[in-house]
Ligand binder design. Structure first.
Ligand code: DQA
Length: 175
C-alpha cells in the first residue's frame, strides 16, 4: 500500500512550537516512526510538509493513481480550506485526518473541520500517537479492500475445481 502523508502549515516547527499542546517530538521524529511502522507492514510512505494551501491541493490532486491512501494533518487549513476538502473528495482516496491536539477542547474556531466529512475518519488528541493511529487505520482500510467483501463472494459463481484436481468418476464395476 502506498500512502501519501501531508503535514500542513507550521508543523515544521514541531518540537519547539507550544510543546504543552503539541508535544516535544519534532517532525523528523514523527516521520521516522511512521516510516518504521510502514516498513514492518510492507507499506510505502511519501511524506511532505507545506505551509501553502495551493501546494497541498496540488499534491492531493496528483495522488490519484499513485497512492492508495492519504494521511493528513492540514493544521490550520483544517478549519478554513474548501480547496483542500475538494481535493480530497476528488482524489477518491481513503483519507484519515489527524491532529496532535484535541481540537474540540480548544478555541471554538478549531471545533469545525472542513475536511472531516470527506475523510474516512478522524483522530485527534493523542500527540504524535495520533499519526501512528491514523496510519494503522489506513493500513487496516487497505487490508480490508484487498479482501473480497462477503456480498461480492456470495454473488460470485461457485468456484470450479482446477482441472488437475477434478474428481475422476469411480470406475464401473464389472460383473
Ligand atoms: C493541529 C490543530 C490545528 O487547529 C492547528 O492549527 C495546528 C495543529 C493539531 O495537530 O493539533 O496547526 O492540526
Amino acid at each position: 500500500m502506498k500512502i501519501l502523508v501531508i503535514h500542513g502549515p507550521n508543523l515544521q516547527l514541531l518540537g519547539t512550537r507550544q510543546p504543552q499542546l503539541y508535544g516535544t517530538a519534532n517532525l523528523e521524529a514523527i516521520n521516522r516512526e511512521l516510516k518504521q511502522v510502514a516498513m514492518t507492514r510492507g507499506a510505502i510512505l511519501t511524506i511532505i510538509q507545506s505551509n501553502h494551501e495551493g501546494e497541498i491541493a496540488d499534491q492531493i490532486g496528483k495522488a490519484r493513481g499513485r497512492h492508495d491512501g492519504l494521511l493528513i494533518n492540514a493544521a490550520a487549513y483544517t478549519h478554513t480550506s474548501i480547496a483542500i476538502r475538494d481535493a480530497i473528495e476528488a482524489s477518491g482516496l481513503p483519507t484519515v485526518e489527524v491532529h496532535l491536539s484535541n481540537i474540540y477542547a480548544r478555541e471554538p474556531f478549531r471545533h469545525h473541520s472542513m475536511l472531516a466529512a470527506v475523510c474516512r475518519g478522524h483522530i485527534a488528541g493523542f500527540g504524535s500517537l495520533s499519526y501512528r493511529l491514523g496510519l494503522e487505520a489506513l493500513l487496516a482500510i487497505g487490508a480490508s479492500l484487498a479482501v473480497p467483501q462477503p456480498d461480492a463472494r456470495s454473488a460470485a459463481p461457485p468456484a470450479r475445481r482446477p482441472a488437475h484436481k477434478a474428481k475422476s468418476k469411480p470406475a464401473k464395476r464389472r460383473r
